[in-house]
Design a binder for this molecule. Structure first.
Ligand SMILES: *[C@@H]1O[C@H](CO)[C@@H](O)[C@H](O)[C@H]1NC(C)=O
Ligand SMILES: *[C@@H]1O[C@H](CO)[C@@H](O)[C@H](O)[C@H]1NC(C)=O
Ligand SMILES: *[C@@H]1O[C@H](CO)[C@@H](O)[C@H](O)[C@H]1NC(C)=O
Ligand SMILES: *[C@@H]1O[C@H](CO)[C@@H](O)[C@H](O)[C@H]1NC(C)=O
Ligand SMILES: *[C@@H]1O[C@H](CO)[C@@H](O)[C@H](O)[C@H]1NC(C)=O
Ligand SMILES: *[C@@H]1O[C@H](CO)[C@@H](O)[C@H](O)[C@H]1NC(C)=O
Ligand SMILES: *[C@@H]1O[C@H](CO)[C@@H](O)[C@H](O)[C@H]1NC(C)=O
Ligand SMILES: [Zn+2]
Length: 641
């Protein structure tokens, strides 16, 4: 059966979009934050918002959560300088609404909020604090800007921000841009005034207040941007600085589009997951900076720097496409990891950890998921869907069009757009045809929007090999193989002549699919792997074991148990070639409890980032597997893997 062309047309991206565009276009925000206000463990703010009103309206409605005590509100029409009289302020759950006595005509206005108050939290959302060492900092993605100031809190809406921070005299403040002025206001308070940002969405605004004893180490890149790292421990701060400088050089060379910034800060934040690409003010996990292996460290830092092009200069127009933004940043970051990590073993280990995470997510956390997110997204949804299969899909796309073409797409996106969506991205690939019926752009769109994890069966029968798609719906599958077969397979099954050798496909997980073979081929693969393990990459070995176990557990392999015994034997006699084996063997291991594993992984609120230090690896003695089993033991009284 051939895959009909209509598969590319049967879904609609627009289905879930309900466009609630605001009649307010913010132009600039002048923001002042004073913190900490001990009385109510919060901050006070004031704001002047310059905006265009696009339609007649009696009220001004802004996103706002947990902000209160609004005082001294005034509005000026900047064309006729009239002062419309305010009638009431309504504080709703997610909005603050200023209603005026008379309707406001479209035009330009200045809204002044003389004072309002908000909270300082101890999680990692909005404005939050850490006690030792003392740190106040912000994290506004995806929708926490509204906890800091009333705003239009959407990635598609970009404005200029001028921030000032009033903070205790024994602290320093940093923000997205350099400080233009610092002055003392009283014995306790000083004010730091930052220069204006370029046009950015509200979620990329950030500032931090830290003790003036915090270390600040800095160096300049070859293209004149100062990289500064703020941390408590010297060794960690230096490590981050070295890594940030090297990553920035690589990425700037690759993308080759200058950024409108003269400094970039890195703030080490304790008890913080991963990192955040705030414009010029990147936050990263202090624990990762201390304990993470080199690969994960470069990966994280390069990812946040890469966002300054993909995400910060050009931003997704809706959170629906957040995985495209994240996966493109990852795709760039992985270039930096490969360039900077000279140790092949460390690189293979890192790639292995990513492979295992993808399997866990596909099997347990988000089975059958697509990369299209709901518009109301949260960090957990992002972590469970982005950074994973989407990155493999971009690698596969690269294998079709080439690295230079991918880079030119990124350059063009950054250079000529301030917002993008899936269509903007795929339109670059619409000229490239795979056959009469499909373009690369359509195929990528299908991969992105279609849920699921395709699987195929390859049967080698002497002079011919048969390839069959096992999963429905059929995918357009990109093939890499040991024999010459078409680059793409669309059909349900297809037969090739293979007189000389068995057909093996997708080695090294170059495409996002599982591959099952006939028993003879499986037996031959593992015999070869047993004798020559070094001829496979770490991912290559893990993938074959993991695919085998998956199909074995689903009763899809004849005499599977005999091969399974041989696989277990191979792994336990040479465990050094099978790091993280506990994870790849979970489908083979009758003792591993899939439903427990599923429950426990789902109870971890964030992405499964279990493999970021070298002690996590190891087969049978990896810390990550050990930790997981400890947790399972505590919760369920038994092991999970
Ligand atoms: C705001 O309105 C003015 C005229 O009132 C117009 O010239 C300007 O382009 C508008 N700006 C935006 C960003 O819509
Ligand atoms: C505020 O204005 C919008 C549109 O102009 C309208 O839909 C909404 O009902 C108004 N809210 C109130 C409380 O008047
Ligand atoms: C509010 O406005 C009044 C009168 O205009 C002024 O005296 C007062 O200082 C203002 N308060 C704040 C917090 O701006
Ligand atoms: C995922 O898809 C497969 C095949 O279509 C189906 O058997 C399975 O139940 C689905 N799993 C979930 C969790 O939806
Ligand atoms: C994507 O962006 C393009 C160009 O800005 C726009 O024409 C199109 O309607 C957008 N598509 C969706 C699905 O939002
Ligand atoms: C393209 O589509 C047409 C009509 O659906 C079909 O007859 C033809 O076989 C397809 N060609 C390929 C190469 O898939
Ligand atoms: C798999 O990756 C390893 C290491 O990157 C490489 O040496 C090997 O040639 C690759 N194998 C295939 C079949 O692509
Ligand atoms: Zn990111």
């Amino acid at each position: 059966m051939l895959l009909p062309f209509t598969i590319f047309l049967t879904y609609s991206i627009l289905d879930s979009v309900t466009c609630k565009t605001s009649n307010i276009i913010p132009l600039t925000y002048d923001l002042l934050f004073k913190l900490p206000i001990i009385d109510f463990n919060g901050f006070s703010g004031s704001m002047v918002l310059h905006f265009n009103l696009t339609s007649l309206s009696q009220n001004i409605s802004l996103d706002s959560v947990d902000l209160h005590s609004f005082k001294n509100i005034s509005l000026i029409n900047t064309i006729d300088l009239s002062h419309p009289k305010i009638d009431s302020i309504r504080i709703l759950r997610e909005k603050v609404e200023f209603t005026f006595e008379k309707s406001l005509f479209p035009g330009q206005y200045l809204l002044t909020v003389g004072e309002y108050n908000g909270r300082i939290r101890d999680g990692s959302e909005g404005l939050f604090e850490r006690k030792s060492p003392l740190l106040y900092t912000t994290h506004l993605q995806p929708n926490f800007a509204r906890r800091l100031f009333p705003c239009i809190d959407s990635p598609a809406v970009k404005s200029i921000f001028r921030v000032s921070v009033v903070h205790p005299t024994d602290t320093v403040a940093q923000s997205n841009t350099i400080a233009m002025d610092v002055h003392i206001e009283s014995k306790e308070w000083q004010r730091t005034i930052f220069s204006a940002t370029p046009q950015i969405p509200a979620y990329l605004l950030a500032f931090s207040v830290m003790p003036d004893t915090t270390l600040q180490l800095s160096r300049q890149t070859s293209f004149g941007v100062t990289v500064r790292v703020h941390g408590a421990k010297r060794a960690t701060t230096i490590r981050v600085l070295d890594c940030a400088l090297a990553s920035f050089e690589i990425l700037a060379g690759l993308v080759d589009v200058p950024l409108p910034l003269n400094k970039i800060d890195f703030i080490l934040v304790p008890q913080y997951d991963g990192g955040m690409e705030n414009w010029g003010h990147i936050a990263i996990s202090e624990e990762l900076a201390v304990n993470g292996d080199d690969a994960h460290m470069i990966y994280l830092i390069a990812h946040e720097i890469a966002h300054h092009w993909i995400g910060n200069r050009v931003t997704v127009s809706s959170w629906q496409y957040i995985c495209l933004q994240e996966d493109l940043a990852d795709w760039l970051a992985l270039k930096a990891v490969k360039a900077l990590l000279t140790d092949e073993i460390k690189l293979q280990r890192f790639q292995l950890s990513q492979y295992v995470e993808i399997q866990l997510v596909e099997d347990f956390l988000s089975p059958n998921h697509s990369l299209l997110m709901p518009e109301e997204v949260n960090q957990e949804l992002i972590n469970r869907h982005c950074y994973l299969k989407g990155v493999v899909l971009l690698d596969t796309l690269e294998s079709v069009v080439g690295e230079q073409f991918m880079i030119s797409v990124i350059k063009s996106l950054v250079g000529s757009h301030s917002s993008f969506n899936l269509t903007t991205f795929t339109s670059y690939f619409d000229q490239i045809r795979v056959d009469r019926n499909a373009t690369v752009g359509q195929i990528y769109e299908y991969w992105f929007t279609q849920g699921g994890y395709p699987s195929i069966l390859v049967e080698n029968n002497g002079p011919s090999s048969r390839l069959q798609q096992l999963s429905k719906p059929l995918w357009p599958l990109k093939m890499t193989s040991t024999l010459s077969i078409p680059q793409f397979v669309f059909s349900e099954s297809i037969v090739f002549a293979s007189e000389t050798a068995p057909l093996l496909v997708n080695l090294n997980f170059t495409s996002f699919m599982r591959v099952n073979y006939d028993s003879m081929t499986w037996a031959a693969i593992f015999k070869y792997m047993y004798e020559e393990p070094e001829l496979f990459s770490a991912v290559g070995r893990a993938q074959l074991v993991s695919d085998f176990c998956y199909f074995y557990a689903h009763d899809n392999i004849e005499n599977g148990h005999i091969i399974k015994d041989a696989v277990m034997d191979m792994i336990y006699t040479q465990p050094k070639y099978f790091e993280l084996c506990d994870w790849n063997l979970y489908w083979c291991n009758s003792k591993s409890d899939k439903s427990l594993l599923s429950q426990i992984l789902q109870s971890l609120a964030y992405r499964f980032s279990a493999f970021d230090s070298s002690s996590d690896f190891g087969c049978k003695n990896g810390q990550a597997a050990y930790n997981l089993n400890q947790m399972c033991d505590k919760l369920f009284g038994r092991k999970c893997i």
